[in-house]
Design a protein around this ligand. Structure first.
Ligand code: PBG
Length: 330
């Protein structure tokens, strides 16, 4: 329209110019790295559908945490694989449960590293659903008590942030009340506020052994076509006391991230989920895409859409690449 007076290419001429006018800058400070913790000794089992990601036993955390800290990643998100599962998800709120043990160990290894815990019951339930089951239905209100107990046990073990991912209604209020009653008023809640019933969780369910034995999660996780509903979910969670809200998954929901960003002035996280990671790894391994370029493009895109925080399995490699770029090595 303004051509030839305005020539957008002028500011794309070289890297110095491009970096001068760059609107979005991905930083290692934005990243949270998920970890899968398992019982046993010396376990470092690669997750077949998530190359480069492992189930780790507690005694293997030392090396892992050292690497994460050295890369400057500020936070980890913990998932646990319990020894046994039951109909009450007892392992989720056991003082000596797998996540509780891992929290204490990580806090010993690196007190400054933020430990975020996924608060959910599915990994601990014999049926793999995120709540108590009666007559084939996932019950909402009775599940809240178990979620609150789980969040409390994580916080008591030393977690810095608790992150409920179950999608039961009212769980943020229940967790906030439980933490406050127990004197843990300073522990923030990062709620998976707009979490969709997504096919992109497939590889995670292998990693965390949390596939439901019957049915699916569509009666509690959100229906993918809905965006306005995401705003209601976020508004509710903020009202109930969420400190950070999340949209999940990220890539197929960038519009939702952008909408939440423009409606709410709360810190916003996006979860770059397992299937999004696996697709890049698979196409990269086949040589179909430039893995590094695509990864950074995806993470930057999530940030550009409006996320302040990105939970991603790419965190370690992205942190390394960001370091290399910052020193102008290439
Ligand atoms: C637990 C939970 C899931 C994920 C995070 N927390 C799985 C699910 O809801 O089925 C998915 C994370 C990923 O795919 O990377 N409810």
């Amino acid at each position: 329209m303004y051509f030839p007076t305005y020539r957008p290419r002028r500011l794309r001429k070289n890297e110095a110019l491009r970096s001068l006018v760059r609107e979005t800058e991905l930083s290692v400070n934005d990243l949270i790295y998920p970890l899968f913790i398992i019982h046993g000794q010396g376990v470092k089992e690669e997750i077949p559908s998530m190359p480069g990601q492992y189930q780790l036993s507690i005694d293997n955390l030392g090396a892992e945490i050292k690497e994460i800290v050295a890369l400057g990643i500020p936070a980890v998100l913990l998932f646990g694989l319990p020894e046994t599962k039951d109909e009450a998800a007892s392992g989720a709120y056991d003082e000596f449960g797998i996540v509780q043990q891992a929290i204490r160990e990580i806090k010993k290894l690196a007190p400054g590293l933020l430990v975020v815990t996924d608060v959910c019951l599915c990994e601990y339930m014999s049926h793999g659903h995120c709540g108590i089951i009666k007559d084939g239905e996932v019950l909402n209100d009775v599940t809240l008590e178990l979620l609150a107990k789980t969040a409390l046990s994580h916080a008591e073990a030393g977690a810095d942030i608790v992150a409920p991912s179950d999608m039961m209604d009212g769980r943020v209020a229940a967790i906030r009340a439980q933490l406050d009653e127990s004197g843990l008023t300073d522990i923030p809640i990062m709620s998976y506020a707009a979490k969709y019933a997504s096919g992109f969780y497939g590889p995670f369910r292998e990693a965390a052994d949390s596939t439901p034995t019957f049915g699916d999660r569509r009666s509690y996780q959100m229906d993918p076509p809905n965006a306005m509903e995401a705003l209601r979910e976020v508004a509710m969670d903020i009202e109930e006391g969420a400190d950070i809200v999340m949209v999940k998954p990220a890539l197929s929901y960038l519009d939702v991230i952008a909408a939440v960003r423009s409606e709410f002035d709360y810190p916003l996280a996006a979860y770059n989920v397992s299937g999004e990671y696996s697709m890049i790894k698979a196409a990269g391994a086949k040589g179909w895409i430039d893995e590094r370029k695509v990864t950074m493009e995806v993470l930057t895109g999530i940030k550009r859409a409006g996320a302040d925080i990105i939970i991603t399995y790419h965190a370690k490699e992205a942190a390394q690449w960001l370091k290399e770029r910052n020193c102008l090595c290439q």
